[in-house]
Design a protein around this ligand. Structure first.
Ligand code: HEC
Length: 97
């Protein structure tokens, strides 16, 4: 395979992936910053690893982050929500998407 062909496949794969999600890749580092600034008012990170935690799927996690965004009055954009979910999933929940 030539370099040109390879570059073409990489480009196609990348554009397909971003079309499925939003038009950008989720950014866990940004999510962590947002989380630590807005989400430690009522609970800290221990909530996410407690034995009787209430989140069991990736969908639960997305729904809970939306709910707690309203509770925290954080007014996250949909990109912000995606980033915070990405951070929580990468560092704590580790669900398969
Ligand atoms: C106004 C208080 C409050 C704020 C602020 C808050 N939360 Fe929560 N959150 C709760 C409560 C209460 C629970 C536990 C609900 C239960 O145990 O039934 C919870 C639980 C959670 C859980 C589930 C933990 C588990 O059991 O696995 C996640 C995830 C979560 N919060 C994310 C966030 C995020 C992200 C933010 C910032 C946008 C945030 N929370 C800010 C009140 C809050």
């Amino acid at each position: 395979m030539t370099t040109k062909t390879l570059a073409f496949f990489v480009a196609v794969t990348f554009s397909m992936t971003s079309a499925w999600a939003t038009d950008r890749a989720p950014d866990a580092t940004h999510g962590k910053i947002l989380h630590n600034k807005n989400c430690m008012g009522c609970h800290d990170n221990h909530q996410y690893t407690r034995p009787n935690r209430i989140i069991h799927t990736f969908e639960d996690l997305s729904a809970r982050v939306k709910f707690c965004d309203a509770a925290a009055n954080a007014n996250f954009s949909s990109d912000d929500l995606t980033d915070v979910v990405e951070y929580l999933n990468a560092d704590f929940y580790k669900f398969r998407k």
